[in-house]
Design a protein around this ligand. Structure first.
Ligand SMILES: [Mn+2]
Length: 264
């Protein structure tokens, strides 16, 4: 148990890639974060529960339950909680448009900051195909591009139904360290392009377990990181300023090293 440092209040908090149901999930640190930080808006930006992993064997300790309870309590107490499913919890994509215990399930959503900037909030796995085919994708028209995004989602949906694991270009490339930097760069570019395509000021995503916030040719790319490796969140202060919180570092402790797990 960490010492109590009081509760900080933010306007918004974004977390993703928690991977509840896996041994890699840093549920205790996340609970500590949720105990210490409150917000008016709470965005769950995908891969919160790892359905792919749970299918291969049930792993659900009390701390993982506590995370779910903590989030549901937030919603009951009036926080606006949105669940944007990712690829590991894509079963929730069947429930888009519905609410569970005050948690709204949405495909993606535009968040307006206190200073009036508009951000598209999306998990980001849809863009694995964009990254893989980036070279010839540049020559495609907008409708073909949109179709490709849909095909990638459908392709993995079928794979899930057939009992295969999620095919992810990020998981594939992350095994090859020299390509990882290149991959992250291509992913960030694809997401920034999507922000421009949708006419918003920036994009807030997850998926690649790499927290980042940087301007990219007129839009702000934000990635809230993960709760498997880095234990990071994105927060919005009351004045609209965005900031990445590295909870493990701010607690002056490092998460317990876990065995290598499936990426993104
Ligand atoms: Mn993902």
């Amino acid at each position: 148990m960490q010492p109590d440092i009081g509760t900080r209040h933010y306007r918004s908090i974004w977390i993703s890639d928690v991977h509840l149901g896996t041994r890699g999930c840093q549920a205790d640190l996340l609970l500590d974060f949720l105990r210490s930080n409150e917000s008016e808006y709470l965005y769950l930006v995908g891969d919160i529960v790892d359905g792919w992993r749970l299918k291969r064997g049930w792993y659900w300790p009390q701390s993982h339950n506590d995370v779910v309870q903590k989030i549901l309590r937030r919603a009951r107490k009036g926080a606006k909680v949105f669940y944007v499913p990712g690829n590991h919890d894509e079963a929730f994509r069947d429930y888009i448009g519905l609410q569970f215990g005050g948690v709204a399930v949405v495909e993606d959503i535009v968040h307006t900051t206190a200073d009036g900037r508009r951000f598209l909030v999306i998990h980001g796995d849809q863009f694995d195909a964009v990254v893989k085919y980036a070279k010839w994708l540049a020559h495609l028209g907008d409708s073909a591009y949109t179709a490709l995004l849909a095909i990638n989602t459908w392709f993995n949906h079928v794979r899930r139904k057939l009992g295969f694991t999620y095919w992810s270009v990020s998981a594939y490339l992350k095994q090859r360290v020299k390509n990882a930097v290149e991959y992250i760069g291509a992913y960030e570019t694809a997401l920034a392009d999507e922000a421009r395509r949708r006419g918003v000021d920036g994009i807030i995503c997850g998926h690649i377990h790499s927290a980042e916030m940087r301007p990219m040719e007129g839009v702000l790319y934000c990635n809230d990181g993960d709760w498997v490796e880095s234990c990071t969140a994105l927060v919005e202060h009351e004045n609209g300023r965005l900031e990445i919180i590295n909870w493990a570092a701010s607690r002056r402790l490092l998460p317990v090293k876990q065995p290598v797990r499936a990426a993104a």
